[in-house]
Design a protein around this ligand. Sequence first.
Ligand code: NAI
Ligand code: MG
Length: 795
Amino acid sequence: MAIIKDILQTMEYGPSPESNEHVIAWLGQHERGFGHFIDGKFTDPAANDSFEVSSPANGNVLAHVARGTTEDVDRAVAAATRAFKSWSKLAGHERARHLYALARHIQKRERFLAVLESMDNGKPIRESRDIDIPLVARHFYHHAGWAELIESELPGYQPVGVCGQVIPWNFPLLMLAWKIAPALAAGNTVVLKPAEQTPLTALAFAEICREAGLPDGVVNIVTGEGETGAALVGHPGVAKVAFTGSTEVGRIIRRATAGTGKKLSLELGGKSPFIVFEDADLDSAVEGLVDAIWFNQGEVCCAGSRLLVQEGIAEKFYAKLRARMATLRVGDPLDKSTDIGAVVSTEQLERIGALVAKGKQEGAEVFQPSIPMPAKGCFFPPTLMTGVEPASTVAMVEIFGPVLVAMTFRTPDEAVALANNTRYGLAASIWSENINRSLDLAARVKAGVVWINATNLFDAAAGFGGYHESGFGREGGLEGLYEYLVPSHGKPTKGTKAGKPQLNAAPSTTAIAASAEPIDRTAKLYIGGKQARPDSGYSYAVVNPAGKTVGLAGLGNRKDIRNAVEAAAKAGSWGAATGHNRAQILYYIAENLSARAAEFEARLRSLTSASAKDAAVEVATSIRRAFFYAGFADKYDGAVHATKSRHVTLAMNEPFGIMGIVCPDEAPLLGFVSLLMPALAVGNRAVVVPSARYPLAATDFYQLLDTSDVPAGVVSIVTGETASLAKTLAEHDEVAALWDFGSTTDAATIEAASAGNLKPVWTGGSRDWSSSDGQGREFLRRATQVKNIWVPYGE
Ligand code: NAI
Ligand code: MG
C-alpha cells in the first residue's frame, strides 16, 4: 500500500471512478433498447431496424436504438403539429411553469445524466458533471423566464410552428437544451434528432418530459442517422430547421430547405484563434489553452484550435505549454481525475490521426507528451503542432480533436490578419493585459463570440453562433430567441411575378438613343461612386403600364456585380464610422430627396402611372423613412447580457459588411429606400439591384448619393435582370448577407446559391411598404449580426 509520504512525493492521483450503477439499472429497465419518443411515449419504430450505441472508452454496447424512417418522422411531425395548436395558445406563464419543471427535473437527475453522457460520448465526468449538465438546467431556467416575458417584451411576434432540430454528438444533452428550451419558450413544438453516436441522454430527457408533465407531442425525439435527419429537415410540416454539426451537412441543409420558406439557423464548424500577446499573463494563458483545446477532447466547435503567439515569447510559451501537457491525464471518462476522455468514435479517431499525419507531412513539428495512454478505446493524446504554415491543411481544416496548431505573429495587425484568415468565424480568445488592445482586437476579429483572457465560456443569457461558414443565427440570449419567432404580420408571400424586363436587343445604348423612340436618356449603373456603363454594353427599355417606353436602363451582368463588390470592399471605413456620422449622411440624403421631391414624383408617375397624390405620398414616405433610419443610426444599441459569471458580456450589433439587396417592384422608390437605409444606418455597404420593371427611380437616386457625401463604394446600383443578378449576389463569397425582395426572383435558386459561403438570405416577399411593416427593428436586426464579447472583471 502506498504510504502518505510517497504519495506527497509523486502527487499521483489514485483511481477515483464515479459509480455508474444507476445508469446500468436504467438501461436494464429499458432492456437496453429504445424506440422513438412520439406523442408523449416511447413507440415502436415503423421498421424493425435499429443500431448499436456504444461507449467509445471501451467499446461496450450500451443499447440499441431505432433507425428512424420517413414514416417515423411523419408520425412525429404529425404529433408535434397537433400539439402546436394548444401549446402555442397557452399563456406564457403556463409554458414558463413547464420549462421550470423541466429544469427542476433535470437538476434532480444531474448526476445520472452526467454519468450517462460520459458513458455515451466519452467525455470526462468532471466536465459532464460540472459544465454540460448544469448548463442544460440553466438553459431551461433561463428560457422559463423568456416564456413568461415574451408577451410583454416581444409584442408583435409569434411562434414559427413545428421545429425540426438536428444535433451533433459533442455536447449531446447541451445541444438538445440549446435547441429545445428556446423553441418551447417561444411556443413552438419540436421533433429532435440526436446524433447517432450519442442518442441516450436525449432519450433520458424524453422520459423527463413525461415525468415533468409536459403535454404530449410538444417534444418528440426520433433517433437515426443522417438519412433520418434529412427526412426531418425535408418534411413539409416542419416550419423551422435548426442544425448544429459539420459545415458540409450545413450546406446540404441550406440547399434542401431553399425556397421552402422554412426558417433556418445553422451552427457549424470553426477554426478559432487563440491569440497570446507578449504582455499576457502566460501561465493563465496556458491554463486557458487547456480549456480551449483539451476541453471535451477538442471536440468543440468553438475550440481554440489555432494558437497565435507573439513572436518574442513564442519559444518560452511553447515550453510552458509542453510542460503543462505532460501533466494531462488521459483515460477513463468516469474517473473523476481524468482530464481528457475518449474521442467519440473510431471514425473520428482515424480522422484526427490522419490530419495529424498530414500536418507532419506538410512540415509541422509534432509534440505529444509521454504520458500513460489507455491500451484500448478511442483515445488520442494531447498534441501540439508548431512551425505550421498559415496555408497548410492543419491550419485551415477543423480537426475536431485534442490537437493544437501554433503560428506566430509580430504586430496586432498581423494577429488580426492571421485570425481572420479562415473561412470560419465562430469564436476567438484574446490574451493580453492591455484592455485597450484586447477590445480593439475583439472588434476587428470576425467571430460571433470573443473571450478576453478567457475561453469557452457559455451561458443561456448570451448569444452563440458564427460568421461566414460557421453558420448563421444565434443560440442563447435575446438574439437566440428571435430564431424561434416570426413577426405577427406573418410570413409575407412572394408577390405576383411581374415578368422579366423587356430586354432590348439593340447592341448599345447609343443605337437605341438614335432610334425613333423619343427617349430622354439612358440610366447607367452606379459603381464605386461613379456612373458606369454596363459591362455588356446593352441596355433595356423601361416600359410603363401603358406600354410606353419611358427610358433605358443598363443591362448589368455578373461582371458589374463583381465590380460593385470590389468597390464596396474598399469602402470598409463606413462600418467604422460612428453612428452619428452615418446619421448625418442619411439626414442629408433625406434633405436632398426633399429638395428634389417634384422630380421624383414625376418619375414615379411616368414609370408606374401613379396618381399625383400617390406619387407624392410615396416620395414623402421615403423621406420620412430616411429620417427614421437616420434617427436609428446611433440608437440601435447592443446589450450587456447578465451572464452567470463575473463578466461584462457585450452583445454588439455588428454590420455584416457587404450586403446584397434586391428590391421589389411594388413601390419602386419606397421599397428601395426602405431596404437601403437600414442597411446603411448600421454600417453595411450595399450592392443594390433595383426593381427591373421600375429601375429609374433608383437610378435617379444616385445623384442624391453623390450630393449627400455618401463615400464612394458604400452604395452601388446595378440594374438589369433581377433573377440572374440576385443569383450572382447569392454566389459571391464577399457578399456577407442577402435580402431578396425581388418580385421576379426565385427563392429556391437564390437560397441554394447562397450555400457557398453560407450567407444568411432574407427572403422578404411582398409587403405594404407604406405601412409600419415596411420599417422597424426587424430590418435593423436583419442587417446586423450579434457579436458577444466576454470581458472579465475582478482579479
Ligand atoms: P455531421 O454534421 O454529419 O452530423 C451532425 C448531425 O447531423 C448528426 O445528427 C447527423 O446524423 C446529422 N446529419 C448527417 N447528415 C445529415 C443530412 N444530410 N441531413 C440532416 N442531418 C444530417 O457531423 P459528423 O459526421 O458527426 O462529424 C464530421 C465532422 O463535422 C467532425 O469531424 C467535425 O469537424 C464536424 N462537426 C462539427 C460540430 C459542431 O458542433 N460544429 C459537431 C459535430 C461535428
Ligand atoms: Mg456525418
